[in-house]
Design a protein around this ligand. Structure first.
Ligand code: 5AD
Ligand code: SF4
Length: 467
């Protein structure tokens, strides 16, 4: 899953009609794609309740920050932002400040007390309450709701899309997580796993297709354990699992690309791989976080698989979908990690030839199993050195992954203008590799065949060869 610990994501798709008298809400989002999609749900709830969305913080009546708790860094960044919001509030005392999401859930009323700047604190399952909490905050009462739910999926809400290109959208298919990885705060801040009714997912994807979207990414902490039990359908299949859902979405339109994230190695089964192989429009890319290459560390992390099991999953992917890209997440310096464990991570990365990776230093999170039972005993220096080695190795692997495509042609979905030049477009191959190429007479949202001629460390460079 993509991450954003450093810089908040803002809405491109804003309300900027003149003479709009609605109160204006500014929303800044940190963390994973799930959080970005939550902000889209939040925007939808607020618009339906008479608020307008702005990306101009100076003109906002309400400032909301949707937060992440996954690593200490992510939280530190938000505390820094609260200092900035405090200055704004000093100048304009009527502005309301809200902390939403994972950090709201983790720190609860501490956020209201510590800073004297926050007016409302709302956890990931309480966004429907936002309009009510905002009204009471307007009347001077602090608003807090951090109740977690066993049912909430926001299934009936059509999110306001953050991106205005109108090509690619996120669709949440489940919320929460039951895995209990020892290092991870997610089950505590997002609650128990629950799947969303497939009929509401299909309806949302169909709406996106009707609005001209060309790509959806199905999101969940662990998509492979998606599971919906139908009631009262005596003559139909009683359950929808993830491979069923993928197939249902793939059949909606051959012109719609389907991606998904995140897959858990212990739950990724061959049915999903066969479904991917069967439908051309399901993209050939799997994000399969390995975390460590050492079975001993994986056991301590409570990941539910060994090094060998993970390698078996990679082999199955390569057998069933030969041109499938694989990306991963790696944690450096988990509790008790030795040089040998670290070397096992490096050798596994080399063996798997990951196309891309998110790489992190272990960061102890309060109340997790690791924080309670294990000592965070790898020094900062060693964590940094190991992370550097991991990043360097992945840099080489990522470059090789791109170089190996030179000379080949790929179907690319045009997603937008290149940041560097308005003469160029960028898009991705099915394998999720970014390509930049001269725009010619095509439009955003078109599929084009692009021949790869070169690559930089971050992107491939190509030229359209035919429609
Ligand atoms: N420290 C460092 N990285 C973490 N991740 C999750 N929890 C932690 C933590 N406490 C990483 C994992 C996960 C990704 C979303 O974030 O690699 O897959
Ligand atoms: Fe996403 Fe986890 Fe961060 Fe919450 S804590 S925003 S679920 S990465």
């Amino acid at each position: 899953m993509d991450f954003n610990d450093e810089q908040g994501t803002l809405f491109d798709n804003i309300d900027n009609q003149p003479n709009d008298n609605r109160p204006k809400v500014f929303i800044e989002t940190y963390g994973c794609q799930m959080n970005v999609n939550d902000s889209e749900v939040i925007a939808s709830i607020l618009r339906a309740n008479g608020y307008a969305i702005t990306n101009d913080i100076e003109n906002a009546d309400v400032i909301l920050v949707n937060t992440c708790s996954i690593r200490e860094n992510a939280e530190t960044r938000v505390w820094g932002r609260l200092d900035v919001f405090k200055q704004i509030k000093k100048r304009k005392p009527a502005v309301l400040i809200g902390v939403l999401g994972c950090m709201a859930e983790r720190l609860k009323d501490q956020l209201l007390e510590d800073q004297k700047v926050v007016d409302l604190v709302v956890g990931p399952d309480a966004y429907r309450e936002l309009p009510v909490l905002l009204r009471s905050a307007e009347e001077g009462q602090k608003g807090i709701n951090v109740l977690l739910s066993r049912e909430e999926t926001y299934g009936d809400i059509s999110p306001v899309r953050l991106d205005k290109n109108g090509v690619s959208a996120f669709v949440s298919i489940m919320r929460g997580c039951n895995n209990m990885c020892a290092y991870c705060v997610v089950p505590y801040v997002r609650g128990a796993e629950r799947s969303r009714d497939p009929r509401t997912i299909i309806r949302e994807v169909q709406e996106l297709i009707d609005a001209g979207y060309r790509e959806v990414t199905l999101l969940g902490q662990n998509v492979d354990s998606y599971h919906w039990k139908h009631e009262g359908f005596l003559h139909h299949k009683l359950y929808t699992n993830f491979s069923d859902l993928l197939e249902m979405v793939a059949k909606l339109s051959p012109k719609l690309r389907i991606r998904f994230s995140t897959s858990h190695p212990k739950d990724l089964n061959n049915d999903v791989l066969y479904t991917m192989a069967m439908y051309e429009n399901i993209c050939n890319h799997i994000h399969l976080p390995v975390q460590s290459g050492s079975s001993r560390i994986l056991e301590l992390m409570n990941r539910g698989y060994t090094r060998e099991y993970y390698m078996g999953r990679v082999k199955a992917i390569r057998d069933i979908i030969p041109d499938c890209a694989i990306s991963t997440d790696v944690i450096a310096g988990f509790c008790t990690e030795t040089e040998l464990d670290h070397d096992l991570t490096l050798t596994l990365m080399e063996w798997a030839k990951f196309d891309f990776a998110f790489m992190f230093k272990y960061s102890e999170r309060p109340n997790t199993k690791a924080a309670r039972k294990l000592k965070d005993d790898v020094t900062e220096d060693i964590k940094s050195r190991r992370l550097t080695e991991i990043i360097e190795l992945q840099g080489k692997l990522s470059e090789k992954s791109k170089q190996s495509e030179i000379g080949k042609s790929f179907e690319v979905l045009i997603e937008g203008e290149s940041k560097k030049s308005s003469n160029d477009f960028y898009g991705r191959t099915s394998q999720n590799k970014v390509v930049v190429f001269p725009r010619e007479n095509y439009n955003i949202g078109d599929y084009v065949l692009v021949k790869i001629s070169d690559c930089t460390p971050a992107t491939m460079i190509g030229k359209i060869v035919e429609e």
